[in-house]
Ligand binder design. Structure first.
Ligand code: ACO
Length: 408
C-alpha cells in the first residue's frame, strides 16, 4: 500500500477529494457494501438473512462484537440492556430546560452527551480506561438512547414519562411511548406485528459503513474522546436533512402529492427537471447505484405490516406508483436512481403510530449500534492516529494587518 504519510512528508502531496467521496479513511471489519451490486453485509452476514432470521438486539451484538451471540451471550447482553434501560432522575430533569417544540434530535444529542457527565466512570477520555468499561458503556448507550426516544415523544406531548418495563427491547420502547396516555391510563400492549416491524426497522438501520454520522463518530473518537461524546456527534450529524432527515422528507413529499390529488404521475415529471427542490425523495443514494437492499426488504415488509394491521394507507399506493413509474423511466434508469431505505420506512413508522417528528430519532436508535462498533474499532487500534484531514487553501495568500482607524 502507498505510505501516504511518507509521500506527503517527502513531496507535500495532498489528495483533494471533496467530501471524501472516494477516500478510504479507515480499515474496518464491520460492514461491507457493494453499491453497484446492491450488497450489504454485517460482519459477513447478508442483510437479507439478518432481516429474515435475526432481531435487532442480536444484530446489535453481532455488529458490535463481531460474532453472533450464543444463547448465554444473548441472555447476558439482554440483561445488561435491561439493567441500563432507565434514564436516571437527574438526567430526566434536563428535559425541563427544553421547550416542548425543541427539535427531537437536538434533545437527543444533548442528553447523550450528558450521559458522560452523569457517568464519569464510563467516560474518562482515555482509550485504555474507556475500553475497560466498554461493555457497560455500550449497553447503556443502546438502551438509554431507546428510552430517550420514548421520553422525547412524551415530552413533546406534555405527558409524564413512563418507567421502563421488564420486557423485550422493542416492547419496552413501545410501552414507554404509548402507555398511560392519561394519568392512571392503561398500559399499551403492542401487537406482535408492531413489535416485529420495529425490530426490523432498527435492524435495517444498525450500520452502513462510513456514512456522514459514522464518520463523525470515528473522527471525534479518534481524539480519544469518550463513547458518549462521540455518539452525540453522530446524533448531530444524523440530524441533517441530507442524511437522517430524508425519511421525513419522503413522507412530506407523499403527503403533498396526495393533497394535490396527484397519483404520482405529475410529480414524477417534475422530479426529472434536475432541480434539487423537486427531487424524488427516497430515490438515489451516494453509494448504491442499484437497489438499496434495505429498500427491497422494507418495501415488502410495508405491504405485510399494513395488511396485518388492517391499515389502508393511500400514501403507500402513491409510493408504489412512484416506484413503478420511476423504474420504467429512462431518466431514473440511466442515472441509476433506485429506491433507498427511506422510501418506505416512514410509511411503516406511521403505521406503528410514530409521528414524523420522531422518525430520525428512530434511525438514531438503530444506528447507535454501528456508531458504537466504529468507536470501538478506533479506540482499540494499537497504532491508530488522530483523524486529521488536510485542505486545499483558497483564501488570500498573505496580507498585512490593518489598524481599525485605517480600515474602509
Ligand atoms: N430525484 C431526481 N433526480 C435525482 C435524484 C432524485 N432523487 N437523485 C439524483 N438525481 C439526479 C441529479 O439531478 C443528477 O442529474 P444530472 O446528472 O442530470 O445532473 C443525477 O441524478 C446525479 O445526482 P447526484 O446529486 O450527483 O447524485 P448523488 O449520488 O450525489 O446524490 C443523493 C445522492 C443525495 C442521495 C440524491 O440521490 C438525492 O438527493 N436523493 C433524494 C434524497 C434522499 O432520498 N436521500 C436519502 C439517502 S439514503 C440515507 O441517507 C439513509
Amino acid at each position: 500500500a502507498v505510505d501516504v504519510r511518507r509521500l506527503r512528508a517527502e513531496s507535500g502531496y495532498i489528495c483533494f477529494d471533496q467530501g471524501y467521496g472516494n477516500t478510504g479513511s479507515c480499515e474496518s471489519q464491520i460492514t461491507y457494501i457493494d453499491g453497484d451490486a446492491g450488497i450489504l453485509r454485517h460482519r459477513g452476514y447478508p442483510i437479507e438473512q439478518l432481516a429474515e432470521q435475526s432481531e435487532f438486539v442480536e444484530t446489535a451484538y453481532l455488529v458490535i462484537y463481531g460474532e453472533l451471540p450464543n444463547a448465554a451471550q444473548r441472555r447476558a447482553f439482554g440483561d445488561l440492556l435491561r439493567t441500563h434501560a432507565e434514564v436516571e432522575e437527574p438526567l430526566q430533569r434536563i428535559f425541563e430546560g427544553f421547550p416542548r417544540t425543541a427539535p427531537p434530535m437536538t434533545i437527543l444529542a444533548s442528553v447523550v452527551a450528558a450521559l458522560a457527565a452523569h457517568h464519569p466512570e464510563l467516560a474518562a477520555n482515555n482509550f485504555e480506561k474507556d475500553l475497560a468499561v466498554f461493555d457497560t458503556a455500550a449497553a447503556m448507550a443502546i438502551s438509554k438512547t431507546r428510552t430517550l426516544g420514548a421520553m422525547i415523544y412524551r415530552h413533546r406531548k406534555g405527558l409524564p414519562f413512563v418507567p421502563s418495563k421488564d420486557t423485550t427491547f422493542c416492547e419496552n420502547f413501545l410501552h414507554m411511548m404509548f402507555s398511560q396516555k392519561e394519568p392512571g391510563g392503561p398500559d399499551y400492549l403492542a401487537e406482535p406485528e408492531v413489535v416485529k416491524a420495529l425490530n426490523l426497522l432498527l435492524l435495517l438501520h444498525a450500520d452502513h459503513e462510513q456514512n456522514c454520522s459514522t464518520a463523525a463518530v470515528r473522527m471525534v473518537g479518534s481524539s480519544s474522546a469518550n463513547l458518549f461524546a462521540s455518539l452525540s456527534a453522530g446524533v448531530s450529524a444524523l440530524s441533517g436533512p441530507l442524511h437522517g432527515g430524508a425519511n421525513t422528507a419522503v413522507m412530506e413529499m407523499l403527503q403533498q402529492i396526495h393533497d394535490a390529488g396527484d397519483d404520482g404521475s405529475r410529480f414524477i415529471e417534475q422530479a426529472k427537471s434536475g432541480s434539487k427542490s423537486t427531487r424524488l425523495m427516497g430515490f438515489g443514494h451516494a453509494v448504491y447505484r442499484n437497489f438499496d437492499p434495505r429498500a427491497k426488504i422494507i418495501g415488502a415488509a410495508c405491504e405485510k405490516v399494513l395488511a396485518k394491521l388492517g391499515i389502508n394507507d393511500p400514501l403507500l399506493d402513491i409510493a408504489r406508483h412512484l416506484e413503478q413509474a420511476a423504474l420504467r423511466d429512462d431518466y431514473f434508469l440511466s442515472r441509476k436512481l433506485y429506491p433507498n431505505v427511506d422510501f418506505y420506512s416512514g410509511i411503516i413508522m406511521r403505521a406503528l403510530g410514530i409521528p414524523v417528528s420522531l422518525f430520525t430519532v428512530i434511525f438514531a436508535m438503530g444506528r447507535t449500534t454501528g456508531w458504537i462498533a466504529n468507536w470501538y474499532e478506533v479506540a482499540s487500534q494499537p497504532k491508530g492516529r488522530i483523524y486529521r484531514p488536510r485542505q486545499v487553501y483558497t483564501g488570500p495568500v498573505k496580507r498585512d494587518y490593518v489598524p481599525m482607524a485605517a480600515r474602509p
